[in-house]
Design a protein around this ligand. Structure first.
Ligand SMILES: Cc1ncc(C[n+]2csc(CCOP(=O)(O)OP(=O)(O)O)c2C)c(N)n1
Ligand SMILES: [Mg+2]
Length: 372
């Protein structure tokens, strides 16, 4: 059954009292990061088709404003955790495109030494704690990260109020672990913000077919005493202006929140999805509301006509070219980078390696276990 265009963006988006306006510099930065993600994803698809990338691979194109508008509202030390559609979050969090692409190519220079691949982007210096493949599994982890922030503040006297951002897809709303996490979030008063990237589908199942009371998903959070807010996930400036006050409030009061972002993915669920469950027309209608085209146009429109008037056609072309070159460099880097050696089979695998395991029991094929 195909989803109609009235899903999900025409569902009521609550009126929000807006926070600080996105500055001109921030708006340009948002445009650049969103375009970086788009270009990166288009190269990722090409590399996947050339069999340079193995395993599952989920493309973020269409949802760029979600990662960018929310991550721009954070401090650098706020922890972030997400699901498997994670390349955009990694880039928005500051991971270098070369480290991200090398990870997908399974190379040693990847952010997880090539052992995680597309679904497991991990970047501790930038406080990104994955990339998780089990639907909903990141939701208790988000709670744990927020609990750690609170513990460091209250018990260890860090003096730093932090918030944790935990992204989830609409499909993850069906996981019980999420409600266990919401329950504890209120009980323990943890500053976790659950960001629902509501793209209207869980694989090939439309939201209305998998979620009861789909027009009021915020009620689920409110049932646990967690504030729930709906926002347009296709307009990065308004998203930032509404999301930032939520972050500030959760940081200040050290409380949780839930944000339902209405968005859309242009590509199939993963690289192997024939997309029989939706029409081409539906995708085209969402492309007309494209978040990057919208932002570029807002920045190019003269002030007198209600825009920002800070970007010329030439500036925009130059920005696109600079990003194209950067992503091409990342591709070349990933292609040429060294593959992990056999010794990497056991590093970072066990926190407490068991010395009494025989090499055969670990590998079977007579490969020497360097830990033994
Ligand atoms: C526990 C579990 N069940 C099933 C799957 C298979 N699966 C992978 S992605 C997915 C759909 C999730 O959709 P959603 O949460 O909306 O995220 P989106 O792909 O739209 O970003 C499913 C069912 C899984 N990975 N984990
Ligand atoms: Mg979804």
């Amino acid at each position: 059954m195909s989803q109609t265009i009235s899903e999900p963006t025409e569902r009521a988006v609550q009126d929000q009292s807006n926070g600080p306006r996105m500055s001109d510099d921030q708006a340009l930065e948002a445009l650049r990061t969103m375009q970086l993600i788009r270009e990166f994803e288009s190269r990722t698809m090409q590399a996947y088709q050339r069999a340079k990338i193995g395993g599952f691979c989920h493309i973020y194109t269409g949802q760029e404003a979600c990662a960018v508008g929310t991550i721009m509202s954070l401090e650098k030390t706020d922890p972030v955790v997400t699901a498997y559609r994670d390349h955009g979050h990694a880039l928005a969090r500051g991971m270098h495109p070369s480290a991200c692409m090398a990870e997908m190519f399974g190379k040693l220079a990847g952010c997880a030494k090539g052992k995680g691949g597309s679904m497991h982007m991990f970047d501790r210096p930038n406080h990104l704690y994955g990339g998780h493949g089990i639907v909903g599994a990141q939701t208790p982890l988000g709670l744990g990260l927020a609990f750690a922030c609170r513990y460091q503040l209250d018990v260890m006297g860090s003096g730093e109020k932090r918030v944790a951002l935990c992204y989830l897809g609409d499909g993850a709303l069906g996981q019980g672990a999420f409600y266990e996490a919401l329950n504890l979030a209120t009980l323990f008063s943890t500053p976790v913000i659950y960001v629902l990237e509501n793209n209207g589908y869980s694989m090939g199942t439309a939201l209305k077919r998998h979620a009861a009371n789909a027009d009021r998903l915020v009620d689920r959070a409110e049932a646990f005493g967690v504030r729930g807010v709906e926002m347009d996930g296709l307009d990065v400036m308004s998203l930032y202006e509404q999301f930032r006050p939520v972050v500030d409030d959760c940081r200040e009061r050290q409380v949780p929140a839930f944000v339902d972002l209405k968005t859309y993915r242009y590509q199939g669920h993963s690289m192997s999805d024939p997309q029989k469950y939706r029409t081409k027309d539906e995708v085209e209608q969402y492309k007309e509301k494209d978040s990057i085209a919208r932002l570029a146009s807002q920045l190019m429109t003269p002030k007198d006509d209600g825009g920002r008037g800070i970007l010329s056609e030439d500036d925009w072309s130059a920005m696109q070219k600079e990003i194209k070159d950067l992503v091409k460099e990342a591709m070349d880097f990933a292609e040429e980078a060294e593959a992990p050696g056999e010794s990497e089979l056991t590093t970072d695998v066990y926190a407490n390696p068991q010395p009494n395991l025989s090499p055969q029991s670990v590998y079977g094929h007579g490969v020497k276990n360097p830990l033994l």
